[in-house]
Design a protein around this ligand. Sequence first.
Ligand SMILES: Cc1cc2nc3c(=O)[nH]c(=O)nc-3n(C[C@H](O)[C@H](O)[C@H](O)COP(=O)(O)OP(=O)(O)OC[C@H]3O[C@@H](n4cnc5c(N)ncnc54)[C@H](O)[C@@H]3O)c2cc1C
Length: 479
Amino acid sequence: MATARTIVSKDVLEKLLDVEKLQYCYECGICTGSCPIVDLLGENYNPRGLLEKILLNPENVLTLDELWFCAWCYRCQRRCNQALALPEIFLTLRKIAAQHGNTQSIERALRKIAENIPLPLITTSVCFHPERAGLDKKNALDKIEQFYKEHLKKEKAKRAQEVFEEKVAIIGSGPAGLTVAYELSRRGFDVVVFEALPEAGGMLRKCIPDSRMSKQVLRKEIQLMEDFGVEIKTGMTIGRDLAFSNLWRDGYKAIFVGVGAHESQKLKIAGVELKGVVNALEFLWTVNSGEPIEVGKNVAVIGGGNVAMDVAQAALECGAKQATVLYRRSREEMPAIPWEVKEAEDKGIKIEFLVSPKKIVGEKGAVAAIECVRMDLGEPDESGRRKAIPITGSEFKQETDMVILAIGETPNLSFLPKEIELNENGTIWVDPITMETSLQGVFAGGDDVTGPATVIEAVQAGKHAAESIESYLKAKRMT
Ligand SMILES: Cc1cc2nc3c(=O)[nH]c(=O)nc-3n(C[C@H](O)[C@H](O)[C@H](O)COP(=O)(O)OP(=O)(O)OC[C@H]3O[C@@H](n4cnc5c(N)ncnc54)[C@H](O)[C@@H]3O)c2cc1C
């Protein structure tokens, strides 16, 4: 029989585990403490503990269900002083486990996900990514659906025993809002979700490519939620179709704000008003809506985050001959997560590092070229990343007929009452323990609090907020 060292070869282990970095791991616990899955699964998961088990006996790990729980948010790696690449380590072992047909542990993991993590169909599609380890995604989703339906049946029976009269309004049907809705509904509260778009799902519906988040799977998840008792009112923009303050008048006793970050940041250079300059989210929304879209032959994408990677790929899929991402720092500083960058490069996206746009050049009112300057890296700035400094005289011009701006998104919170305090960067301030805003009875979470992040982090925020809203309403009843 094969041993650990033959299944997981010594070479693979040494390369993976970066022995040099491990020497300086003082088990500070930041990786485990920052992991949203630890929060959602409790004692079932401990990433640093899993790494220890890999070091001790990699073969045993191949049969553990916990190998399948990393959700690719990279919080552990970003916060680790050594930047230990736990997600990549776990992925390599997942691939080996999948090759060796460890179906029982995979099935146990899928059951735990379905029973403990809200929105399991969504999170399996865009967070757990079974296909990256070589598993059949459809098969995994079918299993999740089966386990989830069994679980919902039990939850429904439990809920019938305790029903509360308080109604809760949820603004936004992204993963944060849907999680709050499900968690409160499961606890016996009446919830109504208000969604501005014609369909529920937030960014998952609006911008995430169909290849990653199939519309059918998303609709199934939402249908299961509605069948469970969650009411979703689409085409309802709070602040336009209904004033925020009217929610209190309509009898809601608590409000959750989960409106995400959908305002594209503006680039302050000449030429942004030219025909052919578009915002990334608008572009992706048009693609996801199935509407006809005009795409340039030679597209330049400005930015270095996940959205830049997705929009560049979408441009190619929509018929562009070439898509080039222009990013002002180096690969190491890129905010996009490494697998997104790799996926984009594998699909033929060119990335130009250390380049910053100075001006978009027009011809007859439309984009004709982009003028850029090469950059150097200086000392770290307040974000911790090395500051990009223009190199004098290094300006160059690149021909392009379309420029897509993907330089970051912020929330649009103009509809909120002024008692709700905002942070300097335009996100909502919340008490980190209760997730209550500065206005009593109003809670918030997801991208509108953290800035653009990931689905699993929005789910974690939603679960926390739901727990707090329950405590708040129960306490209020006693006063
Ligand atoms: C292109 C792209 C690709 C991504 N890919 C991934 C990925 O692969 N994996 C991953 O984990 N994360 C990914 N993300 C990030 C992820 O989508 C977000 O972190 C997540 O959706 C945030 O959830 P949320 O609930 O906070 O907000 P959102 O999902 O943004 O949902 C907010 C909802 O609120 C609605 N809304 C806004 N204002 C109002 C109002 N006034 N009244 C009523 N409704 C309102 C919006 O229409 C929206 O539906 C991606 C993001 C983008 C843009």
